[in-house]
Design a protein around this ligand. Structure first.
Ligand code: COA
Length: 393
């Protein structure tokens, strides 16, 4: 006997139905786009940008070179790099109205919310906002990549009731980012560490925020709309927000003698350890070792090695329970902390880097011009009827 809500499909009707595509929760393992931008190989623990292994780039490349590589498909020659750096440096300023917007935000605004809103608002002032040609989008990408650190630093200065510090065109992207936060010429090691961080996080296959950016771009929406949406996806603690959660955990542990007890309790409560595990890398996130190096070096430099030491012990302690390894967010937490970045600006810092990858993917998506539109499997009731309001329970 069929229930009222179950559709009755005759054999003849059923055989005429096209085969239903399989349901894949979270689209795991589904290949939705082809890309030439980056490749993430879990079993081999490798990450490449446009064919170049991340290990080489992390040790040798400037972020500016990597942005060029991602946007234009090849490493710049000397003349191209000089002019690209000049273009980035010349585009760092943000409109006065955006500075005013930060002033109007409630004091307890969450930083990723503030910055997502500011990126969206930047579209009011971009001269080519509705032009989605490849050429205009590349120009807009350069402007946004240049402006993001200025947004972060301006937001930070205003909420501390300090004057924003204008960008310094003579400094590199990483150096200028640090400079705008406190007005001091940054230590060369700090600049190298932040440069490596920016290089390592600039792109990463079809992660959640990049997928979001591509979905929005696939509808022919503009770059700023795509990047605003990507910022929204990055905010969650299963994605970009894990670096902040990691640092809170390290501070809560506070002392190397407390690591095992703390980690045992998390496992006993079946809670996730932030900064561990990865959808693709099941053994080793290739970016982690560079961030580990910089965290150790900066920890010694600022004479606060304890957070790095706690991190090392957390890694060992977690492995006693199950085979999960640190991901990109784990050592970047102590590294960013040593750089003096406020914890709630860790995810915005991630965005300052990833905006390059997002932009490259938006451009690639425009070139492909296929609407990204998966299906859902309806599992709710059918054959119900509209009940007039006065007859509803
Ligand atoms: N702490 C504790 N257990 C974890 C874990 C973590 N950080 N990450 C994964 N696991 C466990 C899962 O609970 C699951 O256990 P089960 O088999 O008993 O159900 C198993 O390992 C497989 O993990 P799963 O959740 O299927 O992996 P995933 O690929 O879906 O998830 C993440 C990947 C990143 C969402 C997940 O590892 C996570 O939540 N990590 C913490 C947040 C984080 O650091 N995010 C940044 C990612 S770069």
């Amino acid at each position: 006997m069929s229930s009222v809500n179950t559709p009755v499909i005759s054999d003849a009707t059923a055989s005429a139905q096209p085969a239903k595509p399989p349901f894949v929760k979270g689209l795991a393992g589904i290949v939705a786009v082809q890309t030439e931008i980056s490749s993430v190989d879990g079993p081999r623990s490798t990450l490449i940008y446009r064919g170049i292994n991340i290990h080489e780039l992390a040790e040798k490349a400037s972020y500016e070179e990597v942005v060029y590589l991602l946007l234009y498909g090849h490493l710049p020659n000397a003349a191209e790099l000089t002019s690209f750096k000049e273009r980035l440096a010349a585009n760092r300023s943000i409109p006065a109205q955006i500075v005013d917007l930060f002033h109007t935000m409630p004091p307890d605004t969450v930083s990723m919310t503030a910055l997502r809103t500011a990126i969206s608002a930047l579209s009011f002032y971009d001269p080519e906002i509705e032009d989605i040609s490849i050429e205009a989008t590349e120009r807009k990408a350069v402007r946004l990549i240049a402006q993001l650190p200025t947004l972060v630093a301006t937001y930070q200065r205003i909420r501390q009731r300090q004057e924003p510090i204008p960008p310094d065109q003579h400094l590199s992207h990483a150096a200028n980012t640090l400079y705008m936060l406190d007005g001091r010429t940054p230590d060369p090691d700090f600049v190298s560490a932040l440069n490596a961080y920016f290089v390592l996080l600039a792109d990463h296959g079809m992660n959640a925020s990049t997928f979001t950016a591509r979905v929005v771009a696939s509808t022919n929406a503009d770059l700023h709309s795509s990047i605003t949406s990507a910022m929204a996806a990055l905010k969650g603690n299963l994605h970009g927000g894990a670096n902040e959660a990691t640092m809170h955990m390290l501070l809560e542990i506070g002392d190397i003698t407390k690591v095992d007890t703390y980690i045992d309790a998390l496992f006993a409560e079946k809670r996730k350890i932030m900064g561990f595990g990865h959808r693709i890398y099941k053994h080793n996130d290739p970016r982690a070792r560079h961030l580990n190096y910089w965290a150790q070096r900066l920890g010694n430099k600022v004479n606060k090695p304890q957070f790095y030491e706690i991190s090392l012990l957390v890694e060992t302690s977690v492995l006693r329970h199950r085979e999960i390894y640190p991901n990109v967010d784990f050592y970047s937490a102590s590294m960013l902390y040593y750089l003096g970045i406020p914890i709630d600006l860790f995810t915005p810092m991630f965005a300052c880097s990833r905006v390059a990858g997002w932009s490259a993917h938006v451009i690639e998506q425009y070139k492909d011009s296929a609407l990204i539109r998966p299906q859902s499997e309806y599992i709710g009731p059918v054959d119900l009827h509209y009940v007039p309001l006065d007859q509803r329970q």
